[in-house]
Design a protein around this ligand. Structure first.
Ligand SMILES: Nc1ncnc2c1ncn2[C@@H]1O[C@H](COP(=O)(O)OP(=O)(O)OP(=O)(O)O)[C@@H](O)[C@H]1O
Ligand SMILES: [Mg+2]
Length: 232
């Protein structure tokens, strides 16, 4: 499996003029990699992630996932691609407030053979003892663990995280990063992490930097750090 963007652009028309959120983005990533997307606010990080996850479409260019051309799929096919292959984690968790931790994960588990059980996944994220709590009874880090459990319950090939530690303190951020690293290793999940924090990049296999909608650098980390060694 691999991911390949070739000359991907995202254009927003504003009256007579247009604005490019992404300009000629080309890169490749391999199965099982952790990829960091770094860049200042407005540089196109979320736009890139959303196009890869099939939440948004490129205006131009080709996006390939596992020899499938995502950029050419119909809306229906794109929804199917997203359901079968992609898990999302956001900065502010997006949990359903009147459902327990268990139920929040359960709603995302469709009855399909590849799903883990809800209990197994809550155990993997270290929340077995909190499964009957509601989101407001959980800390930020615990809520993020629930949202990660929800994202991986269907065993997606791709886990896309947009600022997963953006709302968390240092210690809790490191716990979430350790969890993402564990998921990468145990399930072989390819993980993209959008972040402002360049320290997080040192635990990733590949680091893509964006600036003004363009790639400013791509670096492969030969010696990546474990999340425990990452400091900022
Ligand atoms: N629907 C839209 N219409 C017009 N412009 C948009 C739209 N969505 C995003 N943009 C613009 O595209 C650019 C890239 O946005 P994007 O959300 O990808 O940035 P980002 O790197 O994720 O920023 P942040 O770190 O603040 O989340 C921004 O300048 C944004 O204003
Ligand atoms: Mg963003």
């Amino acid at each position: 499996m691999s991911i390949k963007f070739t000359n991907v652009s995202k254009e927003y028309k504003l009256g007579n003029s247009s604005f490019f959120a992404l300009k000629n983005i080309s890169f490749e990533a391999k199965e099982g990699e952790m990829v960091a997307i770094l860049g200042p606010s407005g540089s196109g990080k979320s736009t890139l992630l959303n196009i890869l996850g099939g939440l948004d479409r490129a205006s131009k260019g080709e996006v390939i996932f596992n020899s499938q051309k995502i950029s050419e799929l119909s809306d229906k096919e794109l929804t199917k691609y997203r359901r079968e292959n992609v898990g999302f984690v956001f900065q502010f968790y997006n949990l359903i407030p009147n459902l327990t931790a268990y139920e929040n994960v359960e709603v995302s588990a469709e009855l399909n053979k590849e799903s883990h059980s809800v209990n197994e996944i809550l155990n993997a994220v270290g929340l077995s003892d909190k499964k009957n709590k509601f989101p407001q009874e959980l800390s930020g880090g615990e809520q993020q663990r629930v949202s990660i459990a929800r994202a991986i319950i269907k065993n997606p090939k791709l886990l896309l995280c947009d600022e997963p530690t953006g709302a968390l303190d240092y210690v809790t951020s490191k716990e979430v990063l350790e969890l993402l690293d564990k998921i990468n290793q145990e399930y072989g999940t390819t993980i993209f992490i959008v972040t402002h924090n360049s320290a997080i990049a040192s635990m990733c296999h590949r680091v893509i930097k964006l600036r003004g909608g363009e790639i400013s650098s791509i670096k492969v980390n030969e010696n990546r750090l474990s999340p425990k060694e990452v400091e900022w």
